[in-house]
Write a protein that binds this ligand. Structure first.
Ligand code: ATP
Length: 457
């Protein structure tokens, strides 16, 4: 992981947050290439799950919501993790994660607070910071960030930074039904920031306190026979989305939650897990939430949130299946998956990011062989032809080999080099393929179509 973190910093994918002030622990800022990569990930997700389907529509709801939302959803009461403190060094930890890391996942599942305290004590689990084995009892720690809204102090109301984007979808269910002409089954998708005051953030962008989610709530008429079919279809779609964008099958798995691992709202949950350098971790989740959320919101808001079947006029609360992706964990997955160090025949090491063309921040780099006016002028011409069709980069300074390495490290699928043969012989550019390093000469007139074909994998 250190190598990926260092490449991210070196090449402008991800920087430590507030760095010039000494940083702020576990915050990260996406740099120019990281922003492009993340935007491409979100675009690819939206394209697959919203734009190319006629049964999913989009939403962009506010981060601040009426606090009643969080009462209804159960987050105010139950969205907490078991917190324990090391009595010696005063470090704080998430008890269940400590058990999972020291014993195994099964040992951490389904424990109440007393259970967490007991397992840690009985197994003499040591503090990761100071190695002492003397912890406080586990207690609940609510993960929501609380702040206040309003300018007059006495009239301020408590508001929370949303811990998930899903609730924005539920509270707008009726609005969408009334305006979009969608009939069940249909989904509402949203991409946006979520905030959780995680006890132990870490592993680069895997667990942070501010992150982005890509979520869908897929509503359907309650039908016990259909639920599993819809669930399995989403499971397959989620899994294949990652494979289609270049994730290796061996590094991806679907894991069913045990009965006692399920959240308060779910009766069937599956995680998409990725084999990160620090071990298998949740990349995305799929949960059958039944009618829990809409029922709760109907109760707390006293509004009728039922769906009326336009043919039978039957009224009911739909069931919902939730595919939920973390945008940052997804970006991290593609970064880890893309990274390769190759030993070349000349003894040099080449670092290359094998991003899927759809995700690569830059699709083609246009490079004059040398910084000579006749070459740079021609290269600029090629750049001008391509720049409105593909995200391209023009780079004229430094040795050509170094410029290739730089493009390899940011994962640019193609480098186009303009040399004297271009000017004097064939009006072709040398196209260098990032993955195979093979080179071929392509006519400038044909380069647009060539790239279009190659990039549209
Ligand atoms: P975990 O068990 O890792 O805490 P979770 O089960 O609480 O995750 P969900 O509530 O299912 O996560 O959220 C959906 C997705 O949001 C996760 O699959 C993950 O990709 C992302 N996510 C959740 N918490 C974080 C976080 N603290 N930092 C980055 N991404 C997160």
């Amino acid at each position: 992981m250190d190598k990926v973190v260092s490449l991210c910093k070196r090449r402008g994918f991800i920087f430590p947050g507030s760095e010039i002030y000494g940083g702020l622990a576990n915050t990260w800022d996406y740099g120019p290439y990281g922003t492009a990569l993340k935007n491409n990930v979100k675009k690819a997700w939206w394209q697959t799950f919203v734009d190319s389907r006629d049964d999913v529509v989009g939403l962009d709801s506010a981060i601040f919501m009426n606090s009643k939302v969080w009462e209804a959803s159960g987050h105010l009461g139950a969205f907490s993790d078991p917190l324990i403190d090391c009595k010696k060094c005063k470090e704080r930890f998430r008890g269940d994660k400590l058990i999972e890391e020291n014993l195994n996942l099964d040992a951490a599942i389904g424990l109440d607070l007393a259970g967490v305290t007991k397992v840690i004590k009985d197994n003499k689990i040591a503090c990761p910071a100071c190695k002492a084995t003397d912890f406080t009892e586990a207690r609940n720690f609510n993960l929501m960030f609380k702040t206040h809204q309003g300018v007059v102090e006495e009239a301020q109301t408590a508001v929370y930074l949303r811990p998930e984007t899903a609730q924005g979808i539920f509270v707008n269910f009726k609005n969408v039904v009334n305006t979009s002409r969608k009939k069940l089954p249909f989904g509402i998708a949203q991409i946006g920031k979520a905030f959780r005051n995680e006890i132990t953030p870490g592993n680069f962008t895997f667990r942070t306190r501010e992150f982005e989610q890509m979520e869908i709530e897929y509503f359907f008429k309650p039908d016990d026979n259909e639920t599993k079919t819809i669930f399995d279809k989403w499971s397959k779609d989620m899994y294949e989305w990652f494979l289609n964008l270049g994730v290796n099958k061996q590094n991806l798995r679907m894991r069913d939650h045990d009965q006692d691992e399920l959240s308060h709202y779910s009766s069937m949950t599956q995680d998409v897990e990725y084999n990160f350098p620090f071990g298998w971790g949740e990349l995305a989740g799929l949960a059958f939430r039944g009618k829990f959320d809409l029922t709760q919101h109907e109760k707390f808001s006293k509004q009728d949130l039922k769906y009326q079947d336009p043919i039978t006029n039957e009224k009911f609360i739909p069931h919902v299946i939730e595919p939920s992706f973390g945008a940052d964990r997804t970006v991290l997955t593609f970064l880890v998956e893309a990274y390769e160090e190759q030993q070349l025949e000349d003894g040099e090491t080449r670092v290359v990011m094998h991003f899927h063309p759809k995700l690569a921040p830059i699709k083609a780099a246009i490079l004059p062989l040398m910084k000579k006016p006749e070459l740079t002028e021609k290269a600029r011409e090629v750049y001008d032809i391509l720049k409105n069709k593909f995200v391209c980069e023009y780079d004229e300074s430094g040795h050509i080999g170094k410029r290739y390495r730089r493009q390899d490290e940011i994962g640019t699928p193609f480098c186009l080099t303009i040399d004297y043969d271009t000017l004097e012989k064939d009006n072709c550019v040398t196209v260098r393929d990032r993955d195979s390093m093979k080179q071929e000469r392509i006519k400038i007139d044909e380069i647009s179509d060539y790239l279009l074909l190659k990039l549209d994998k």
